[in-house]
Design a binder for this molecule. Structure first.
Ligand code: ADP
Ligand code: MG
Length: 475
């Protein structure tokens, strides 16, 4: 980190601190890390996307004023969202080596010896300007075992993780596959294992990567004609953590390359850790040979935490943030948000923020409002009526017109879109969708879904409709 980024940010902080409540300052500004200052753009690292959105929503003016004071009118702010490894401004987190340097990279067909500790040239993580970096593990130290609380719901996965980090590659848990629903701690646990290994075995090369980013790197490597370098790079890793492998579904090229990397690592006693939102038996469009590899080791499930675990997760979070909260409020939140730890944390953060920002006292009523928002957001099932309403509004017609028998093209299209979204967003059968959208039969609905699929690949304007409506229906 450059000194200037730090000093600029420190001055901003002084200003910000003077202008907001101490609690809000503590919650939203203390966790921020100034990363760099280039071209009058200050990059700050924030702990999550939620955090970034909160800052943008509530503090953007304050940030702007303070930064302009420091850097003048051309000042820019770039967010780096730490956990998700993406820049808030949607630029990729890492970039490939520019072509001029790539000519130095030899394409080899033999495996690189495993003691080769000099893989910089092939490192797809190299960030321009910072050359000769060692393979960065991409681990988030905030996700560790200490703050991954144990409960019945995660005991097996957690202990397996601990066993793996005590002896990476040396247990029968290879690969270790952690699976479970959204927000139940897969990413956290996967990082925790990596962080612990790095701690115990600093000389080991550990790499965390999401399956999505892995896929992107692979596609780039094919485009740039250095697929072998890509493979060799990954074969150098001692502990490879791939998050959300369900993302590889249907991507046969990436699966194939991963299969080879996996075999190489496994044969050489390297540890592989995978996470997935599904058990191996339920994964679709993953090649059989890869699925069978996934089953070689241990598949450990993260289940939904019970009430006690939810309470202790909340208490731990509050304790670490140095915030006090009445017991009954904590229990209220834990009782009402059951199936997703990320939401549980989100609710408590927003409660803290609400109270500090609006200077409100945290009481059950406030808790009820906050929880309701979270629960409503996740549980709201879109109805076919709602879909028809949104689609008609979008095309500025009323629902009766949308349902009418007319063959006018734009009305037919609106109707077809409504059917398509009813199929996509509800569990209703084709027949039931048809009867609710202008009394059509199931074949008409099926035809509508196919038409929408076709048009959205061939017609740009139409694709825009689908995208816009998807957004409207998903918020
Ligand atoms: P997933 O990858 O399964 O969607 P994450 O790992 O991102 O879920 O977890 C969501 C949030 O819940 C994270 O902030 C994480 O720290 C927290 N979390 C999950 N499990 C636990 C746990 N056992 N103890 C403490 N925090 C947890
Ligand atoms: Mg995750």
């Amino acid at each position: 980190m450059s000194v200037t980024a730090q000093t600029v940010w420190n001055n901003c902080l002084l200003f910000i601190k003077d202008n907001i409540q101490p609690q809000a300052y503590k919650t939203w500004f203390e966790p921020i890390v100034a990363v760099k200052l280039t071209d009058n753009a200050l990059s700050i690292q924030v702990p999550s996307k939620f955090f970034y959105e909160w800052l943008e929503e509530h503090y953007v003016k304050l940030l702007k004023v303070s930064l302009t004071k420091e850097l003048g009118e051309t000042a820019k702010l770039v967010y780096i969202i730490k956990m998700e490894n993406t820049y808030g401004n949607k630029q990729p987190f890492t970039e490939k080596i520019p072509s001029s340097n790539r000519s130095a990279v030899k394409s080899q067909n033999v495996d690189v010896p495993l003691n080769n500790k000099n893989p910089e040239l092939r490192n797809p993580f190299i960030i321009p300007g910072i050359r000769n970096v060692k393979i960065e593990s991409q681990l988030n130290p905030n996700y560790n075992f200490d703050n991954f609380l144990e409960g019945d719901s995660n005991r097996l996965a957690r202990s397996a993780g601990l066993a793996v980090s005590a002896k990476p590659g040396g247990t029968s848990f290879n690969p270790l596959l952690i699976f479970g629903g959204v927000g139940l701690g897969k990413t956290h646990l996967a990082h925790a294992i990596g962080v612990d290994i790095k701690d115990k075995y600093p000389e080991k090369t550990v790499l965390y990567i999401s399956a999505e980013k892995f896929t992107q790197q692979y596609i780039d490597s094919v485009k740039k004609n250095n697929r072998n370098d890509f493979i060799h790079f990954y074969q150098l890793i001692d502990v490879l953590v791939i998050d959300d492998v369900q993302f590889l579904s249907g991507k046969s090229g990436t699966q194939d390359v991963f299969f080879h990397i996996f075999n190489h690592l496994h044969q050489n006693g390297k540890q592989v850790i995978l996470t997935s939102d599904k058990a191996p038996v339920d994964m679709q469009d993953i090649e059989q040979r890869l699925l069978s590899r996934f089953k070689w080791g241990l598949s450990a499930e993260l289940q939904t935490p019970d009430f006690e675990t939810r309470v202790s997760i909340l208490k731990n979070k509050l304790y670490r943030d140095g915030v006090e909260m009445p017991e009954d409020i904590i229990e209220y939140v834990a009782k009402n948000i059951k199936s997703n730890i990320r939401e549980l944390e989100g609710a408590i953060i927003s409660l803290i923020a609400q109270s500090s920002f609006n200077k409100k006292e945290i009481n059950i009523e406030l808790a009820r409002q906050v929880v309701e928002k979270f629960v409503k957001n996740t549980k709201r099932e879109v109805s076919i009526d709602y879909i028809q309403k949104i689609v008609s509004d979008y095309f500025q017609m009323d629902v009766d017109t949308l349902q009418s028998k007319t063959r006018k093209r734009h009305i037919v299209q609106a109707r077809q879109l409504a059917m398509f979204f009813a199929k996509k967003f509800t569990k209703a059968s084709l027949a039931s969708i048809g009867s609710q959208i202008g009394k059509r039969d199931h074949a008409t609905v099926l035809h509508a879904c196919k038409t929408v699929d076709n048009l959205s690949t061939t017609d740009k304007q139409f694709r825009k409709y689908v995208e816009d409506l998807t957004k409207k229906l998903s918020v």
